[in-house]
Design a binder for this molecule. Structure first.
Ligand code: AMO
Length: 439
């Protein structure tokens, strides 16, 4: 892939434009080349010194006379030298007769040796030194998957007539449940950090019919688990004029397929570096009713929700029975879903809601929603929720909101399962949890 931004930066002293390390193999041998990157590794041998330069596209080898003084690993440098063919060098080309200039102060010794092929370190070190540990090619590849997934997500929805929206993160009322909200001081009043864009995406289908949002959401999770963060990236979708939740599930299927396509198209190198097998997204994701899910998981029939162990059992079942990494569970008990979920008109004990389980963990929640004002008033009453805090949201349903539904995907959960990370924090750039507010 060519990167046109490389052409933009031209050295004022040499007049040479920058060559990315990935483009070095195509350089004309004998021509002068200018690289910029980090000192990835220095290797002093008896007769020669090797410098490996790392930039965003890869690594390049520079050959220098023995005894050449070089800035320490992780110092940003510029290298001007002669492109020289060498079968042993990465891509068959290296730089010789080179001048190395540091572009910043000599870097401190990193907490882990980033030039090693794998990043063998415990989670605390990985997270405490995130700004440098993310530089490791295997670590960076994980975020490349996230970024490519986001592109696939947006491209799929853009092609289907969705409008991207951004909703407030400072809100008056908890959207998901009262328990896990962060309260903040808002000019002397109490406000909350948004747990989801739920209320806004529903109001905005009244404007745009089909909306999506990519943004941070906040959950004051009191438990220290491997799958919960206090702040995560939610990929929210909401669409109007649906018959039922099945139409929403079909949209979800396309979105997940689009995220995989995004990875294949934009992060193929990361997939290869990590040696990943991407999930196959079938035309129709295996779908079971909540009751059946309990049976498969060996749970009592009156269990109100699926536990992480049940989800793992369902993941194993989907793989064994359908060869699928994905399984949809629909029809959760209405009483245990969010109040805005639409009950099944045939049997209101069950709801028109669903979860998508990916490799044994809940990745997505969604549902058809209530769309009539009176249904909201009744549901709030039945649940014993006060009306006043929900008034502006609920009253929007007096002004013509069509039947609609939607879902939300947790980005970190997605990438976590793609790379089969034991802990969601490993795929989060700067995780926030019960104990961590820095870096
Ligand atoms: P829910 O609360 O189930 O649904 O969240 C949707 C998805 O977000 C991810 N997720 C989390 N990821 C990391 N850390 C957390 N603490 C965390 N909590 C949730 C999961 C989950 O499946 N408004 C509804 C969605 C909707 O109906 O449209 C909602 O937020 O992957």
């Amino acid at each position: 892939m060519t990167d046109s931004s490389a052409l933009a930066s031209t050295s004022s002293t040499t007049g040479l434009s920058r060559t990315l390390t990935s483009a070095l193999p195509e350089a004309t041998p004998g021509k002068e080349v200018r690289l910029q990157g980090w000192v990835h590794r220095r290797r002093e041998l008896a007769k020669v010194t090797f410098l490996i330069v790392r930039d965003r596209t890869g690594l390049a080898q520079v050959v220098l006379p023995a005894g050449t003084e070089l800035p320490p690993e992780e110092t940003p440098v510029e290298v001007v030298g002669t492109a020289t063919a060498n079968a042993q060098a990465p891509g068959g080309m290296e730089l010789t007769q080179a001048m190395v200039t540091a572009l910043s102060d000599p870097a401190d010794t990193p907490a882990v040796e980033l030039w090693r092929p794998t990043l063998d370190t415990g989670l605390p070190t990985l997270l405490d030194h995130a700004a440098t540990t993310w530089r490791h090619p295997l670590q960076r590849a994980k975020w490349e998957l996230a970024a490519a997934s986001l592109r696939g997500f947006r491209e799929t929805l853009d092609a289907q007539g969705f409008t991207e929206v951004q909703s407030p993160k400072l809100v008056e009322q908890a959207t998901e449940s009262g328990a896990n909200v962060f309260q903040v001081d808002y000019f002397g009043r109490s406000a909350y950090l948004a747990q989801s864009p739920q209320f806004y995406k529903q109001q905005l289908v009244g404007v745009f019919e089909r909306v999506y949002e990519v943004g941070p959401v906040f959950r004051a999770e009191p438990h220290d688990t491997v799958r919960h963060l206090a702040e995560y990236v939610s990929l929210d979708v909401e669409l109007a004029f649906v018959e039922d939740h099945r139409e929403v599930m079909a949209c979800l299927r396309d979105v997940v397929a689009g995220m995989v396509t995004g990875i294949q198209g934009y992060a193929a190198a990361a997939v290869e570096r990590l040696g990943l097998e991407l999930p196959d997204v079938p035309e129709k994701i295996p779908t079971i009713h909540f009751r059946e899910a309990l049976e498969i998981a060996g749970a009592p029939a009156d269990e109100p929700d699926l536990s992480p162990a049940h989800e793992r059992a369902l993941g194993d079942w989907a793989k064994a029975e359908h060869g699928s990494d994905l399984v949809l569970v629909e029809g959760y008990p209405t009483a245990h879903r969010a109040f805005y979920s639409h009950p099944d008109p045939e049997d209101p004990h069950w709801s028109r809601s669903f979860d998508l389980i990916f490799r044994g963990i809940e990745l997505v929640s969604g549902a058809q929603r209530l769309h009539r004002y009176q249904d909201y008033v009744r549901t709030l009453e039945q649940r014993g929720y006060p009306y006043a805090p929900y008034a502006t949201y609920v009253e929007a349903f007096k002004r013509g909101i069509p039947p609609h539904g939607g879902f939300a995907i947790g980005l970190e959960r997605w990438v976590g399962r793609l790379v089969e990370a034991p802990n969601i924090r490993e795929v989060t750039l700067f995780p926030r949890d019960l104990h961590r507010l820095a870096p």
